[in-house]
Design a binder for this molecule. Structure first.
Ligand code: ZN
Length: 286
């Protein structure tokens, strides 16, 4: 991937920091925070550079979008129940004046303890073609993220209400295992306004077979939030929204058994637990 983007550059100097934290090679330094996460949590990658440089990053082999900061670059790495427990390697290539440095850091991923939930749904909603279609729509909508973060401070819960299904639980539909629940379900009355968790741009606002009426917002820096099963949409693709702006209304469309909001957050393509990004959560991003 990024190797291909750096043709003709001298062999890389590799600096490995076995205990995560800081990896440095003179003109550049890599910091991964925190050092340890539970599956579903995200961490932050900071790259300090002395000279102007081009920087590329991957985590677990996946590209990590970096944006410019005063000290260098910053980006976010997501984990999920599909991220193997153990060391997740973060690799950063810094290219400056024909000189290339590779920095390697790591974050320790601990296995989450996820429960199980049993649901009965119409059998036709378990057709894998529906999930594949939906995945393609989401991938197309999130393929060109806004580079810079549109937000500052914690994300807000899009609706008030009890979390009736947390992130990560194993879905068992009609008696068969069907993967993890990769968002949180918040119970609320049908028609309750659903508010944007942060500033962003609408990249998807349409009816999907499983998500039902769905909105996806691009918050920049590879971070997207999604709002599923809405009774109605209040925004259209391309629209800029402010944190707290009404984007739709609670419903039970798509593969849903009762009125609720499914709220999801993706970080560079990895669906993470959104609650740690809120003030109520365990950790808030900058
Ligand atoms: Zn859900």
């Amino acid at each position: 991937m990024w190797r291909g983007l750096l043709p003709g550059v001298a062999a890389a100097v590799v600096a490995v920091a076995p205990e995560a934290g800081l990896a440095g090679a003179g003109t550049a330094a890599l910091h991964v925070l925190p050092r340890e996460v539970v599956q579903g949590q995200a961490c932050e990658v900071q790259v300090r550079v002395v000279d102007p440089a081009q920087v590329w990053a991957t985590a677990g082999g996946r590209a990590v979008l970096l944006y410019r900061t005063r000290e260098g670059y910053r980006g976010f790495v997501g984990t999920s129940p599909h991220t193997p427990p153990g060391a997740l390697l973060v690799r950063v290539v810094v290219a400056t004046r024909g000189h290339q440095v590779e920095l390697v850091g790591q974050v320790r991923v601990r296995a989450g303890r996820f429960g199980e939930r049993h649901l009965r749904v119409a059998p036709e909603l378990l057709d894998p073609r529906l999930a594949a279609y939906e995945r393609r729509r989401v991938e197309a909508a999130t393929a060109r993220p806004l580079p810079d973060p549109r937000w500052a401070g914690p994300f807000r819960l899009p609706v008030r209400g009890p979390v009736v299904s947390p992130y990560g639980v194993r879905n068992v539909y009609n008696g068969r295992p069907y993967g993890h629940h990769l968002g949180v379900d918040v119970r609320a009355k049908p028609g309750t306004p659903v508010r944007a968790a942060q500033h962003g741009q609408v990249v998807l606002a349409e009816r999907l077979p499983l998500g039902g009426n769905t909105v996806i917002l691009d918050h920049g820096a590879g971070v997207f939030s999604s709002y599923l099963h809405l009774s109605a949409l209040a925004v259209r693709v391309g629209q800029q929204v402010r944190a707290g702006q009404v984007i739709g209304y609670v419903g039970s469309t798509g593969r849903s058994t009762a009125p609720h909001l499914h709220w999801g957050l993706r970080v560079n393509g990895i669906p993470v637990d959104p609650l740690p990004w809120t003030a109520r959560g365990r950790r808030t991003p900058p």
